[in-house]
Design a binder for this molecule. Sequence first.
Ligand SMILES: Nc1ncnc2c1ncn2[C@@H]1O[C@H](COP(=O)(O)OP(=O)(O)OP(=O)(O)O)[C@@H](O)[C@H]1O
Length: 349
Amino acid sequence: MIEVSNLVKRYGDHTAVDHLSFQIEKGKIYGFLGPNGAGKSTTMNMITGYIASTEGTVTIDGHDILEEPEKAKKCIGYLPEQPPLYFDMTVLEYMKFAADLKKIPKDKKKAMIEEVMDMVKITDMKNRLIKNLSKGYRQRVGLAQAILGYPEVIILDEPTVGLDPKQIIEIRDLIKSLKKKHTVILSSHILSEVSAVCDYVLIISHGKLVASDTPDNLGKLAAGSNNLNLLVKGEKSRIRQLLEEISGVKEISIEKKSDQEGWNVTVSTEENADIREEVFFKMAENHCPILEMQSQKISLEEIFLELTEDNKKDSSDTDNRIQTAEEAEAVIRESENMTEEADKHDSSL
Ligand SMILES: Nc1ncnc2c1ncn2[C@@H]1O[C@H](COP(=O)(O)OP(=O)(O)OP(=O)(O)O)[C@@H](O)[C@H]1O
């Protein structure tokens, strides 16, 4: 569907996107994840033909975005980070304007606009000036123009930034529903967002692709290892010796906490090595009873932070935006009370 090959964007000496290559298949939701300044918007702007690449190519359904821009762009609906809205138009006027730009046939225009407005729930606001809408409704209008014409691919740059919790949930549900008929690419710097919505995640740091996989597989991808934590009774040296005999074991640490029976054992294993059963039988056969066993998976969050750590340290663009799921949730909780106020304000206008 989309093929990005060795894409590079340089601004003077600064390389914003550095030899990116990936493929996008039909009918999935892809998440472009990376810290601020990683190069997400620049990449999206090149995919959609908003800006030209320094090197590399983007083809959409076989059409090169620079050589056959009209044909390629016909397949794409784009919601940039700043929605391209005209504040002095009403929602309906803007939708008609967007439909004309997209050359939607006259006989289909009215029905399609009504259908799309209904889909993103802005029908009640159709006669309201865009400048009088809340941020959430403006975002929906931006989304409506991206969906208009039902392009095969819908590209959304940070679609939930600045929205309140209720609006975030609604927009996420809407994005998920788009998957039935469209391929969706969205960018975000919030990990919980991509793992909640996307089938496939591309992690970008310093303009480079540092990992790409399903959220599940990325979650399993340990940065070298997974840990198994045990509480075991028996002789310390014997426990160590037995564990050393198991293949896949990388490191063993054995400590005793004064207030408890048995040894606290942490075994770090190679990626994808599941040694739990072997540990259980070996310890049982050798009369070293296991009192507790817990396998510690490395979270997607830890992987994301590790893969993009340098970017966070170096980035001159780092601002006060939310970086982690915890921060996002704290903000969400804080702003929960504001949701109803915003809704009341909208319906009183
Ligand atoms: N027009 C430009 N001129 C010079 N540098 C630019 C320009 N646009 C972007 N950059 C730089 O390119 C890098 C990537 O920016 P980009 O906006 O693509 O990042 P991003 O991952 O989308 O971040 P954010 O989430 O903050 O938007 C940044 O260092 C940015 O300062």
